[in-house]
Design a protein around this ligand. Structure first.
Ligand code: ATP
Length: 365
């Protein structure tokens, strides 16, 4: 069990900076996701926590101890690179015992610890089987067992489900999460899949080009994105962006878009005329005759209980998620209303979200 504190962590490879001044805290027992597109620095961050890569500067504290410059062997962290990396010539029991036998633990203790792990993973009945004949799910459990049996302070997992097909991946994701809920071991998990991060994580760090864009619970990140990058990366369809030139004062409760007042959470900054972006999640748009903000439907996509309606408007194209029973015809001009408390307003230049009564305290401290 461990709390891991990351402070101003930086990693340079020659002239290239892979991770820039990252700071966040992984709580004891948390299932913690490092999320972002390919090349954003997730794996480098994970490897620095595990001690497989030393930081250029910054600190990594595990339970208050600065381990930044210590080798992996002194950090007591188990790395689960790839679930299927097993020793093919050994049976399940030998695969799981291997780390303990290499540590020189007495035989009786090894047996006890392996039996305990097998119970947790529900693989007691296959302990004496060769790993070569196992199903994908069982192989994955055995690989996990080998990491768990060491009783490390924390687990590091780098896209462990990446190679699996969609259905099995979902099943294993549920299983991993359930296992975590039973064991409560601090786990850091790298993924580029926003849905996986939202479903499994207690907390998420969203990275882009080596920078931590936001750090918070899945709901904080979804409801109150700190930047346009996060707003766009999380959610499917992504948050809609309506671009306009405008201004507002602290205390205002709306912005003017194409002559129409659009109600927003109370704005807490003062901004003179500049390029702004109104962010609206697809499910927070309703089609209504009385809606003064209007657009033309260019496509509809039936999804069973809901439908995605694409609407071309003066400030951008929107995707609205509405009940499939609502009539929406391509070519029709419709009025829209937006759910005011859920809207975000961004600075188009920097991509930063302005402080409002809704997001206050979530990412601006
Ligand atoms: P992916 O999901 O593609 O692995 P990632 O977010 O995990 O992406 P990293 O593997 O951390 O990204 O890599 C971040 C950047 O650092 C990439 O541009 C990568 O090419 C670069 N990089 C990583 N390791 C090294 C290295 N040993 N030497 C030079 N550059 C590296």
């Amino acid at each position: 069990m461990a709390e891991i504190v990351i402070r101003n962590l930086r990693k340079e490879f020659g002239n290239f900076t892979a991770v820039k001044q990252s700071s966040f805290t992984i709580g004891d027992g948390e299932f913690f996701m490092l999320l972002g597109p390919s090349g954003c620095g997730k794996t480098t961050t994970l490897r620095m926590i595990a001690g497989l890569e030393l930081p250029t500067s910054g600190e990594i504290l595990i339970d208050g101890e600065d381990v930044s410059q210590k080798p992996a062997s002194q950090r007591d962290i188990a790395m689960v690179f790839q679930m299927f990396a097993l020793y093919p010539h050994m049976n399940v029991r030998k695969n799981i015992s291997y780390p303990l036998v290499s540590q020189g633990l007495p035989k009786t203790q090894v047996r006890e610890r392996v039996a305990e792990v097998a119970r947790i993973l529900d693989i007691t009945d296959i302990l004496d089987k060769p790993v070569s004949g196992l199903s994908g799910g069982d192989r994955q459990r055995v690989a996990l067992g080998r990491a768990i049996v060491r009783r490390p302070k924390a687990f590091m997992m780098d896209e462990p489900l990446g190679a699996l097909d969609a259905e099995f991946r979902e099943h294993m994701a549920e299983e991993l999460r359930a296992l975590h809920d039973r064991m409560k071991a601090t786990t850091v998990y790298v993924t580029h899949d926003q849905l996986e991060a939202m479903q499994m994580g207690d907390k998420i760090v969203v990275m882009n080009h080596g920078v931590v864009e936001q750090f918070g619970t899945p709901q904080e990140i979804y409801d109150h994105p700190a930047t346009m990058f996060v707003a766009d990366f999380i959610g499917s369809p992504a948050m809609n962006f309506l671009r306009f030139n405008g201004s507002f004062r602290g205390g205002d409760t709306g912005v003017i878009l194409g002559g129409q007042q659009i109600e927003t959470p109370q704005l807490q900054e003062e901004v003179s005329a500049r390029d702004l972006v109104l962010g609206v999640r697809p499910e927070h748009i309703a089609l209504t005759d009385s809606g003064l903000y209007r657009g033309r439907i260019s496509a509809t996509e039936y999804l069973g209980t809901t439908q995605i309606v694409t609407i071309d408007a003066a400030h951008g194209t929107l995707k609205a998620r509405i009940p499939s029973g609502t009539v929406a015809r391509v070519g029709e001009t419709v009025g829209m209303s937006f759910l005011a408390p859920t809207l975000s307003v961004f600075d188009a230049g920097s991509g930063r979200a302005f402080r409002t009564s809704a997001n206050q305290g979530v990412f601006h401290g």
